[in-house]
Write a protein that binds this ligand. Sequence first.
Ligand code: URA
Length: 190
Amino acid sequence: MTKKEKLDQLNALMSCCSNCALRKGCNKVVPGAGNPEAEIMFIGEAPGKKEDEMGLPFVGAAGKFLDEMLASINLKREDVYIANVIKCRPPGNRDPLPEEIRECWPWLEKQIQIIDPKLIVTLGRHSLGRFFPLMKISEVHGKAFRREFPNLGSRVFYALYHPAAALYNGSMRESLIKDFKKIPKVLEKI
Ligand code: URA
C-alpha cells in the first residue's frame, strides 16, 4: 500500500472514532492534509471553527499566516503534511484536556509512522507539550532536537510558536517568522 492509501484508510477509521466525547460535539473530524510523502510534518493544536466546518487543518487566519510563512521558504501546503494533536474541535475552542490529548494520540502516532517525516515541526505549546511535557516554548522555539520515542524511533523535532498566538503579538510574530526561515537549514542538516 502507498502512504496515501494507508492515510486514507486511517482517516476513514478516524471519522468514526469514539475514544473521547469530542467527536459527538464536533461537525467534522480534521485528520490532516498535505503530501503523504512529505519530509516535513507540522503539528498544531486542534481544529477551530472553520477547520471543523471544512474538515481541513489551518484554514482560518492562522492558516493564512502559515501559508505565507511556507511561501517564504518556497514551500506550499501540498509539499508538507499538516495535522493536529487533537482531531476534533473542542467546544468553544477551549484548550484540549489532558485525557483528550491522550485518547487522540494513537491517531497522531500512526500518522507519524506512515508519513515518516524527516522533521516534525510542533506549532504551539500543546503540540510541543505532547512530546516534551517539561519544555517551555519560550526557551526552545527555533531549536531542533533529536529524541527517541517508543513506536516512533529516533525523530528530529523543531519547535515553533503557534501562528494563531503569534498573529497579533508583535514580538512573537517576529520570532516565529525568523524561526520559520531556519527550517530549510534544519532539514538540510538532518
Ligand atoms: N489551530 C490549530 O492548532 N490547528 C488548526 O487546524 C487550526 C488552528
